[in-house]
Design a protein around this ligand. Structure first.
Ligand code: ADP
Ligand code: ADP
Length: 227
């Protein structure tokens, strides 16, 4: 399993005069479900993208099991990411969408099939593997996006507002599904949302951000049930 350290991370985008993220410092314990919550523009996504390697870290270190990851290419990180807009390829089947991250890494075909079949079973997508995304419901598309991450068998899952495109009822259902998935996989999850209810119901620990900084860190109980 894996220890994750975010050591005094700063981010300034090229040409920006202010820092988007300032002194983000967090140690994540093995298997934790961490939620970053805060208003739009507070730096949640930027922090997640630095962890994924999609943005450079301006200052500070991101470490997994003590190893500094700052310069490791995204595809060589033991990390799988689920995007807000799902990022599914419309011309590919569900199977090929789920296999995509393994195919670009030249994973063995038989092993890929095994992993996709297993993820499809977990997510209830077995009967949909030959369909294109357009022929799926919103919830099913979200499950395909989760499946694409699961097949990587990564130690760290990053989820960037994965439920924001779903209607309220489905959002509640998928919340539960994602929490169960976390239990089942036993890996580290970092989940970004602006929805406090989502944070409270899903997180082991919540990181409340504001204006690029960590404002508070604690369990839902510590943060919201204190007198
Ligand atoms: P959140 O995910 O909490 O909504 P973001 O991380 O997207 O916040 O944004 C944090 C800050 O960084 C905002 O001020 C935003 O305008 C800025 N920002 C985000 N992406 C870029 C970018 N690619 N270039 C310049 N500034 C950006
Ligand atoms: P990984 O889990 O390593 O990110 P993905 O299958 O999610 O693997 O995607 C691999 C790369 O392709 C990533 O850099 C991702 O941003 C990009 N990507 C994924 N889906 C799309 C898409 N629909 N359009 C453009 N780029 C995409």
């Amino acid at each position: 399993m894996v220890e994750i350290n975010l050591d005094h991370i700063y981010k300034r985008y090229p040409d920006a005069k202010d820092y988007a993220v300032t002194d983000f410092d967090l140690h994540i314990k093995d298997g934790e479900f961490i939620v970053f919550v805060g208003p739009s523009g507070c730096g949640k996504s930027t922090t997640l993208r630095m962890i994924a390697g999609l943005e450079d870290i301006t200052k500070g270190d991101f470490k997994m099991d003590g190893k500094v990851m700052n310069k490791v290419a995204p595809k060589d990180r033991d990390i799988a990411m689920v995007f807000q807009n799902y990022a599914l390829y419309p011309h590919m089947t569900v199977f090929d969408n789920m296999a995509f991250g393994l195919n670009i890494r030249k994973n063995d075909k038989a092993d890929t099939k095994k992993r996709v079949d297993k993820a499809a079973e977990i997510l209830g997508l077995t009967d949909y593997l030959d369909r294109k995304p357009a022929a799926l419901s919103g919830g099913q598309r979200q499950r395909v996006a989760l499946g694409r991450a699961i097949v990587r068998e990564a130690n760290l899952f990053l989820l960037d507002e994965p439920l924001s495109n779903l209607d309220a009822k489905l959002r509640v259902q998928m919340r539960t599904e994602i929490a169960q998935l976390h239990q089942r996989l036993g890996r580290n999850f970092i989940y970004v949302t602006h929805d406090q209810v989502e944070a409270m119901t899903m997180a082991d620990r919540i990181v409340i951000m504001n204006a690029g900084k960590i404002q508070q860190v604690g369990t839902p109980f510590e943060l919201y049930n204190k007198p």
